[in-house]
Each structure stands twice: as C-alpha cells, then as structure tokens.
Design a protein around this ligand. Sequence first.
Ligand code: B3K
Ligand code: ZN
Length: 877
Amino acid sequence: MKDAQPKTIYLKDYREPAYWIDRTELEITLDEDSSTVEATLHVRLNEAQYSADKPLPALELQGVDLKLEAVWIDGETAAEARYQCLQDGLRVTAPAPLFELRTRCTIEPQNNTSLEGLYKSNGMFCTQCEAEGFRKITYYLDRPDVMSVFSCRINADKERYPILLSNGNETGRGDLDSGRHWVQWHDPFPKPAYLFALVGGDLQHVSDQFVTRSGRAVTLQLFTEPRNIGKCDHAIDSLKRAMRWDEEVYGREYDLDIFMIVAVDHFNMGAMENKGLNIFNSSCVLASPDTATDSSFQRIEAIVAHEYFHNWSGNRVTCRDWFQLSLKEGFTVFRDAEFSADMNSRSVKRIEDVSLLRTAQFAEDAGPMAHPVRPEAYMEISNFYTLTVYEKGAEVVRMIHHLLGADAFRKGSDLYFERHDGQAATVEEFVSAMEEASGVDLGQFRRWYEQAGTPRVEVTDRYDPEANSYTLSFTQSCPSTPGQKEKQPLHIPIAVGLLDDSGANVLPETTRLLNLTQTQQNFTFEGVTARPVPSLLRGFSAPVKLSYEYSDAQLAFLMANDSDGFNRWDACQQLCVRVLQRMAKHYLSGTPMEVDRILTAAFSQLLNAPVTDHAALESMLVLPAEAYLAEISDVVEVEANHAAREALANHLSAAFEPEFERLYQLSQLEGEYQPSASHMGCRSLKNAALAYLARASDRGIELAEQQYHLANNMTDRFRALAVLVHSEREAAEARSANSLNEFYNKFKNDPQVIELWLSVQASCQRKGALARVKALIQHDAFDSGNPNKLRSLIGVFCSQNTTGFHGGEGEGYRFLADQVIELDKRNPQIAARLIIPLTRWRKYPVARQQKMLEQLQRIFAQTLSADLYEVVSKSLQ
Ligand code: B3K
Ligand code: ZN
C-alpha cells in the first residue's frame, strides 16, 4: 500500500536523470522462502546535465518491497554513511562521475500477489516489469530513458527449475552443489529496465526456425507447462507470419539469434514484449481446436504479432518517459491491426476495432479519467494503459497514414527507426520524422496528441442543380473534459464518397480525402449531375462522432449499395440504432415496441442476397451492443435498451426464420477444423444464424443442443452453449444446466476453457444473475488470485451484464465494491480496472447515480493503493 494521497507526476517536469547506467549485471538466486538479487550497476554521470567538476549529485534509485542486505561501491563494502534507505528507494553518495555500485537485496516472489516484479505462477518464477516493476526486483533507475546492457545469471534448484531464461542469448551454464544449477544470459541491445525478464520453471517447449530476409536463422521457442505443449502451433505460425510481414511492410528484421515466448497463467494483462523473451498470458498464446474459439485464435495471432512488432516500435526505439506511452503502443496497435487486416478480412477487422473504439474508448473519453493520447499528468502510470493510449493512439497513427499515403508513411517510419535506433524517443520525434519524410505539414495535427475527448463533426449538404455542384458543410466541436475546458479545432481527415441513385460512385477517384481543419468549413464537388447520397467518413477515417441527417431510406440504401464495406456495416448499425432508440422510448412510455418496416425490408434484402463474404454478413447481423447504446445516450436507460434489443432480435428471428435456416445450413463446413479466415467467417455466420433460430422456435434450441454435442471444435461447441445459456425459452432451461455441467466436467482441468465457462454465465441476463455470480465465486473453478478468472466472472458481469449489474436496489454495485476493496490489498492494478463501470455513475438516472456514488464513497473511505485511489478520486471530483 502506498500513501493515501499519491503524488501527481507531470510531463512538464520531465528532466533527464543525473546518472546513466551503462551496464547492469544481475545475479539472481531463486529460492522458496526468499530470493536474492545481486545487482552490479556501472554508473556514469550525465554530463549533459551536470558538471563532473562540481559537487556530484546523489544517485537516487527506486526500490519497493526490497530488503537491503549489503552495498558495495567500487568493489569495497560501502560505509553506512555513503547510502541512505528511503521509503521507496536508495540514495547513494557518488564517489566519482564513473563508479560501480553493487547491492544485494532479498525479495519474496512467492508472496508477491501484485503480479508486478518477480512473482510465482503455478510454481514457476516469472517477471513483469513494465511499467515500474523492476524496482520490486532491485534498486534501480527504473525509468525508460535509462538504457543499459544487461546480463543476468540465474541460480536455482535444478529439478524444480530446469529451465532458466532471461533476455538475449545464453552465454553459459553449469551445475552447482546440492542439486542447483546456473544459466547466464546476455542481451547486447541496451534497454530500459521495463524490458527485463526472467523465467524459472519446469517447462517444455516447441521449437521452430525463421530465416530472415538477409539469411540469418533465428530460433523460435515457445515454453509452457508440459500439459499445454500441444497448444503451441498456432502461436508459432502466427509469429512466423508476423516476422515476414514486418520485413515486407516495414523493412524490419529481427535482431537476436533467438526469440522466446513463455506462457504463464497468472498475468495482469495480455502479454509483454520483453526483449527476446516475451511473456504471455496463457489465454493469449495457447490454442487448440478443441479448447479455443475462433476469437481466441484471432486474438492470439494479433497479440503475438503486436508483441513481436514491439521489437522495433518499443524496444529498439523506446519511450523517453511514460507520457510517451502511445509512441510505442498506438503505433504498435496500428501495425498489428494492419497485419490482421492483411491476414484476414480487412473490413471485418476494421468493424471490430471501430466497435471497440466507439463503445469503450469513446466512453473513456467522456468519463472521469478522460485524458489525451499523450497524457500530461498521472498518479499511477498503470492506470494509463488505456483504450485512449492504445486504440485512439492507433487511430491517430492511422490518420497520419491517410494524410501521407502509404509510401510517404513508410519513408517516415524508416526515418524514425533509423534516426532513433537505440534511443528513448518522444511522440514529437515520431511526428517530426513523418513530417520530414513526407513534406506534409502536421502542425495542427499534433493537437490530436494533446486534446482529450471525442470530437463531434456535424455535416449538412446543399445541391445546386444549375451549377451541378454539391457542397458539404462541416462543423467540428469537442466537449470539455476534466482539466481541459477549451478545445481547438483539429485537423480531421474525412474520406468521402458520393453515390448516385443506382448506388454507383460519382467521384472519379471513388473516395476523396477532405482535410477538415477549421471549425466550420465547406467542400464543393463540381460536375455532379444529380443530388448524390454522401458516404461519409469511409473506413472510419477519423475517430470522431459524425452526424448527418440521413433518412432511414438513405441508410437502407447505403447499407445495400455503398462500395465501402465499413460504411455498409455502419449504415446498418445506424439504422438499427435509430430503430432501437425509438423502441426504447416506447418501452419507457409503456407503448408497444414496434419495428420499423424499413428495417425489416433492409434485412430481407440483406438475408436474401447471395452470400459473398460470410464474416461481413455476420457483422451486420450483430445488433448494436448495449454498451454502444449506453455510450450514445445522455442518460442510460438500462432496462429499456435491453428490452429493445431483445425485442428487435426476436422480431428479426421470427420474420426471417427460413432465411436463418438457409444460412445455417449453407455455412456448414465439412472436415477438420481450420483457423483460416474463410472457415472462421463460415462459422461466425452459422452461429449468428443459430442464435436467431434459437429465438424463433424450440427447434432452434434443439439445433443448438445438437450442435453442442456434435461439434468438433470449441467455437461451435461454445457458441451453442452460449445460445442455450442465454436463451429465455423454457425449452432451453434444463438443456442449459445440463450442458453447463457437462462442459465443466469435460474441461475442468483446462483454465482457458473454464474462463469461457465463467464468462458465458457471467453475461447471462436471465433473472437471478447476481446470485449466480456470487455462487460461482464459491465454485472450485474460481480463483481470486488469478486475473483471468476475475475478468471472466466479475469483469464480464459488471461491464456486459447490464441488467444484472444495474438491477435491483444497487446490490450489484455493493458486490463490485466489496470485491474491489478486498482485491486492492492483493492486486491494485486489477482492482483499478474492475472498478471502472462504477465510475461512470454520471451517465445513469439520479436514483442509480446515488447508489453508485454510495459505493464509490465507501471505497474511498478505505486505505487505498495509488492505482485505485487515482481512479476513485477522479470519479468523485
Ligand atoms: N507493453 C505491455 C503492457 C504493459 C502493461 C503494464 N501495466 C503489453 C503491450 O502493450 O504490448
Ligand atoms: Zn503493446
């Protein structure tokens, strides 16, 4: 636990450190009761900031939860007067501008429940150092601008920990007395401490090879507990595809002789890009057809690529300070999104990313923790690994790509990597490289990094039949966010197409990129012979909320005709949103919820057209999520949104039962499971059709049950299970209970499958949801020390099960508060994540607001970690 009131760190206060650490030699002895870390730091005065002739500044190292045993300076035991133990660090009086500091500390990894620093997961030692975990291993300048060449010697019991890994290349190994052994690693690339990693365990591995385009052979290894060894192939294949893609698209080759990945069960996030030794959450790397769904296969491909891409965008060029986090994360998310788009369906990938942005990132931008892509202040940096830094950050890079074009963007990235290789860089340096290589002025564009909040763009149009000209008028604005009242106009790239009444593109170049830079700006298109229908923000060319008064008929027209796949989907979403909003109003006024005929007609056309792209059709059948409906509401009416969505789904299922039956049948696949894009597309369409069929009649429930039992892969099995569990039909009740039992008994030893089992129940909106979740907390399947289990059960319940979480008299809020108060003592990072649904209290009707606030205040009255303190205090301001 930290102080009750953690201090705020500001970007404007950034200063270079007083010392650099050129080399870091670690000797780590792993043991059951306490482990020992001996660190030898080769320290050098930062002469750009301090003169060697003047009195030397003290060396201020960070350290948390360390027991200091001994200190040596230049090989001699240091007198106690030479150093001072602080609450969170060690102050050393420097003897000279250049000196060697050696410390010995002990730590207790087996008692480290924060999963930050060195800790144990299922008997295996592992580390997580980003952002500030290295200070829990040894005293250090734990900041990303201090880049050092690391070597690490690990010493452990040979039988328990036969595998000992760290970054770089293995340079030696040997046996010791009493059944112990040691392995020595050396990483030739200077890196900040947050990229350090160590693993010690009884692991097996699969091995492969990748030959780089310059002909170097790289060994690829994936380490897991022996029981998971059959689940590694997909990650290795994904890794090889990512390595090739980065060579082809960015000209980036891998640089060490070995690239290792380790899967661990207890991990606070998805994965970590430690140099040469990525550590992954098991659920983001292990997959087999029997145990992982298509979504997991795709997520694994994306995350393996993401972490690999960090080798350049993050490791070779790292961040100067944590305010620059999006420099590596936004850029790398953009890179992995383009990779996934190239490997799978481009428009479906875009739809998925935009859905996430619109539901979750826009909500963050409108909430109490809103911050710019490059934040200016934080209390706890762990709270800033956000959708804004990652996803909006990626959108900002995507806009640069739009503005420069692919070729100039590549020149810019080449310049950036070459100029800053081996350095800790800033967002400004990235943008400057893009600007210099392309000649495009990004002056105003830089505001995207500084301004929080989601911009709004309102569009009107005018057609002049005399002049054959068509004018679009844009007005941009941006709501205030905490600490940022006034907003400046942004440079917004808006991709526009115009459709004639046959649905053909009017513009010779199909799509035109408009540069909206002013608050109010017109764009005129000449030679337009009839009033067109505008297709605006094609491909979601900027992360804004754009509005134009389309008629329902125009949306249906775009849904059927737009050549831009993303905008076809978006027209469908927007039409559904309108219908759902009207239905929700009727629900609130107690009048019947009717579905507009135009929507039924549009779906009829959609469902009866020949199927060309299964995945794209499926994405149109998924109705706007309740989270999206909530985000676009001023006041969230949970029950009304849920009832409207249910009623619309039921209406479509009844109106189109034969069509869904046909789609279900035509999407059946023969033969072995393949995680290919086309097979995944078929399965997703088939399962969307199944969900509708199960609403339409008991026959659909029977089909789901049949599919559950006959499935030869987890996607079909799990989707069928979800249909049964979520169904409101009586015919599903017993079947749902039986299948859940059967599923549990079959997979109880597989943690990743059990996560699915927990999440499908946590998201079930049938009556009694909170009681079911409380019962599951007591179940053997649940483990409150494992973040995946917490996320699958508590996280899913509080963020997705809207009626369950918000229902009743605030019991859901109390439940979350109880969980978070307990959890904060063990794992503050996860506690601060889980609390987020409560912090959005301002969006709800007053009676709910009060109940949510009560719980936030109850939490705030406790002694909190810095993580939770920051999130809760900001939500109460
Ligand atoms: N860089 C890590 C995230 C670390 C989070 C620390 N709280 C994974 C990634 O974005 O690739
Ligand atoms: Zn990342």
